[in-house]
Design a protein around this ligand. Structure first.
Ligand code: UDP
Ligand code: MG
Length: 321
């Protein structure tokens, strides 16, 4: 019988984690006897870890990996995927926005032979118009910029075959966007539709700044196409400037035009040129910064302790930091 692993990142979810785990365990035990849940505590500062640990003491299929600090969702998910052992691995949020009831449908679909099947959001309750519009824009721009396609209605809720997941686990870059990595691997992908509910409790950990950061990771760190665009644009701007210079020269020398001290046009050219220049410099520094981080080749994360009551060293925490 196929073994199923559910990987779920958790950051300050003390209000929802118990009901999430309860619902999840109910669904999983109806599907199979061979399952494990890898819950990654991404440096929660509330009681999330302790609440989850109390549940893990009663259920030996639940393993909690407590990271040394808050690394962000992408790294937390990676830490969980690294530890998954199942033939099928499901990735889902721990705030009940990804309904566990969809798991049987995901399992059915992936058994048709896909590498990965994602849960496609039919609607997104509780998200503002701006949120939806900006994420739509982001997917469009990101697909154009890095040349890989992102399904617009996909979050992180998905299931992998073991073969598919092994390909992903090998990619160890720091500035990571799993969604960009999926498209890089080029999976044979299926989807299952679902209605995404509102958050039942607590608040989203994502603000606009964080979304912009993630957006940059998914685009800039992912391909050098923006650099190429930058070179092409600067070529265009230099060409225009050169043509303008020639026209001024021709007017002055051959037609004796009295070039009036054109403060306005000068300012226009200066401001346009400088803003283009600063934009390019900013883009370049984004790349330099990322190269610096990757060149250090540090581990992606450190684990503070792992808890699983089913193991012999169970109740003792394994300190790794
Ligand atoms: N999360 C995490 N680390 C973080 C931020 C979020 O592990 O730094 C987890 C969080 O506990 C939740 C999931 O990632 O299970 C999605 O986060 P959130 O609900 O805040 O995002 P949204 O659903 O609003 O996109
Ligand atoms: Mg959420």
């Amino acid at each position: 019988m196929a073994r199923i692993t559910v990987v779920s990142p958790m950051y300050n979810e003390e209000q929802s984690i118990a009901s999430f785990l309860e619902a999840l365990i109910l669904v999983l035990s109806a599907c199979t006897t061979h399952y494990e849940i890898v819950l990654v505590d991404d440096g929660s500062t509330d009681q999330s870890f302790h609440v989850a640990r109390t549940i893990a003491e009663q259920n030996e299929n639940l393993r909690i990996v407590r990271l040394s600090r808050n690394y962000g969702k992408e790294i937390a998910m990676t830490a969980g995927l690294d530890r998954s052992t199942g033939d099928y691995v499901i990735l889902m949020d721990s705030d009940l926005q990804d309904p566990p009831e969809l798991i049987p449908a995901l399992l059915d679909k992936i058994s048709e032979g896909y590498d990965m099947v994602y849960a496609a959001r039919q609607n997104r309750h509780g998200e503002t118009w701006f949120n939806r519009a900006s994420s739509k824009m982001f997917y469009r721009v990101a697909s154009r910029l890095n040349g890989y396609s992102f399904p617009e209605n996909a979050g992180d809720f998905r299931i992998f075959s073991r073969r598919g997941l092994n390909l992903l686990i090998e990619l160890r870059e720091h500035n990571r966007s799993l969604k960009a990595l999926y498209s890089y691997v080029g999976y044979h992908v299926g989807s299952v539709p679902f209605d995404r509910p509102r958050r039942s409790s607590g608040r989203s950990k994502y603000n606009y700044l964080k979304r912009i950061e993630d957006g940059l990771d998914a685009t800039i760190s992912f391909s050098t196409r923006p650099l190429r665009l930058m070179s092409l644009a600067s070529l265009g701007v230099s060409l225009a400037a050169f043509l303008y210079a020639i026209s001024v020269f021709v007017q002055k020398i051959f037609f004796g035009a009295s070039i009036t001290p054109g403060w306005a046009s000068l300012m226009l050219v200066m401001t346009v040129m400088f803003s283009v220049l600063f934009f390019f410099l900013a883009l370049l520094s984004e790349y330099v910064g990322r190269t610096l981080i990757e060149s250090k080749q540090r581990p992606l994360y450190y684990v503070r302790e792992e808890f699983c009551s089913g193991q012999s060293n169970s109740t003792k925490a394994v300190e790794q930091v």
